[in-house]
Design a protein around this ligand. Structure first.
Ligand SMILES: Cc1cc2nc3c(=O)[nH]c(=O)nc-3n(C[C@H](O)[C@H](O)[C@H](O)COP(=O)(O)OP(=O)(O)OC[C@H]3O[C@@H](n4cnc5c(N)ncnc54)[C@H](O)[C@@H]3O)c2cc1C
Ligand code: FES
Length: 356
């Protein structure tokens, strides 16, 4: 964990803020990041230590401070704390950038990037968008951004400015599921096709690709938004034969599926962290990660929601039930990798090893 000073907290919409951090010269290397990656913030709130991940919306190629955008989640502990209380001058505990959702952006690339974002899912997409436009002079970016209405569009001004600056290489389409009247009237009468009505679903994706076919044939597809938007977009892309290897997705988690599985009572856990072996007892229903944290140990973790995969470890012995898995693919699970933040022992003995 490092401490970073908050430079600015800016209201982006009625229920979202952006937060800029000051990174001192000594921390430059540690906080180097790829466009699309996230930071993990740690707070002590209501008597517990909590961590949440927030994607960076700044670009590593611009001389701008590290920035995240945080949208309120109903009854959410950290998102509301950040929106209500965080201010310039505060210091926050932060883990360095991480994450597997990023674009490999190089000056010599000649690609078409299709970017799909909904709501706060714009954050990593904005970072990728800016970095591609500024780095790859021959690449094209087509972005479709879904929101509820015109007042819930995060980074609207910045997006419009980019659209003006990169007219020849950037197409930006807003789509609103419930536009506010005056604007929807404008939308109805407007001959411009830059505003659509509806959610990003299969038919919208099909329309988007047909309307804006790839300029450079080497195309990549980046998706970030709620689970249903990600799966619909992915399905629509597969229907037009886009290979899996060109589709990249980031989920922010969301409601955790209820699970009645409580596992075994007082399972024995053998865990290897940083080459140290520890033996513990896991209370019924508790995850491996929480058991370790509550005993004062320091296993790697971030979202605690089955999304970021920071807590991944290898299961060497025994069986577990993973409540939620939004990050490991089938082949990783087959190789024995588990998300410790989601894993409850199903056998009396469980042995795991962390490699980070
Ligand atoms: C890799 C990654 C990147 C992320 N980037 C961003 C970002 O750039 N901007 C941003 O605003 N958020 C982002 N998130 C989501 C963020 O980490 C938190 O999950 C979110 O702010 C809610 O935390 P909370 O403490 O307010 O809610 P909690 O107190 O954890 O949850 C309260 C309730 O809301 C539900 N819930 C939790 N998370 C979500 C969610 N994302 N959507 C809908 N319901 C939810 C829970 O199931 C629970 O019922 C990201 C998450 C991940 C894993
Ligand atoms: S801590 Fe994010 S998946 Fe476990």
């Amino acid at each position: 964990m490092y401490t970073l000073k908050v430079l600015e907290v800016k209201k982006e919409t009625k229920d979202a803020v952006s937060v800029a951090f000051d990174v001192s010269y000594e921390l430059y290397d540690a906080f180097n990041y790829k466009p699309g990656q996230f930071l993990t913030l740690q707070f002590n709130l209501k008597g517990q230590q909590v961590r949440r991940s927030y994607s960076l919306c700044s670009s590593p190629v611009l001389e701008e401070p590290l920035q995240i955008g945080v949208k309120r989640v109903k009854n959410g502990l950290v998102s509301n704390h950040i929106n209500d209380n965080l201010k310039a001058g505060d210091v926050v505990e932060v883990l360095p950038p991480d994450g597997r959702f990023f674009a490999d952006i190089k000056k010599e690339n000649y690609k078409t990037y299709y970017l799909f974002a909904a709501g706060s899912g714009i954050t990593p997409i904005l970072s990728i968008l800016k970095t591609v436009l500024l780095t790859e002079e021959r690449s094209y970016v087509y972005i479709i951004f879904g929101n509820r209405n015109q007042e819930s569009i995060m980074f609207q001004k910045e997006l419009e400015e980019l659209k003006q600056s990169f007219k020849d290489r950037l197409i930006l389409i807003h789509t609103l599921s419930r536009p506010i009247n005056a604007w929807s009237d404008l939308w109805k009468t407007s001959s411009s096709y830059n505003y659509k009505k509806g959610r990003i679903d299969s038919s919208m994706v099909k329309w988007f690709i047909n309307e804006y076919p790839p300029y450079a044939q080497n195309a990549e597809y980046y998706i970030c938004g709620p689970g249903s938007m990600i799966s619909n977009t992915k399905r629509a892309l597969k229907n037009i034969d886009v290979p899996d290897s060109r589709i990249f997705t980031e989920s922010f988690g969301g409601t955790i599926k209820g699970s009645n599985i409580k596992g075994v009572v007082n399972a024995k856990l053998i865990a290897k962290i940083n080459n140290t072996q520890i033996e513990l007892t896991v209370p019924e229903g508790k995850t491996i990660l929480r058991t370790l944290i509550d005993k004062g140990l320091n296993p790697p973790f971030s979202c605690e929601g089955g999304v970021c995969s920071t807590c991944v470890c290898k299961l060497k012995q025994g069986k577990v039930h993973m409540k939620n898995n939004l990050s490991l693919d089938e082949s990783e699970v087959e190789k024995g990798y588990i998300l410790s933040c989601q894993s409850i022992p199903l056998t009396q003995l469980v042995e795991v090893e962390y490699s980070k």
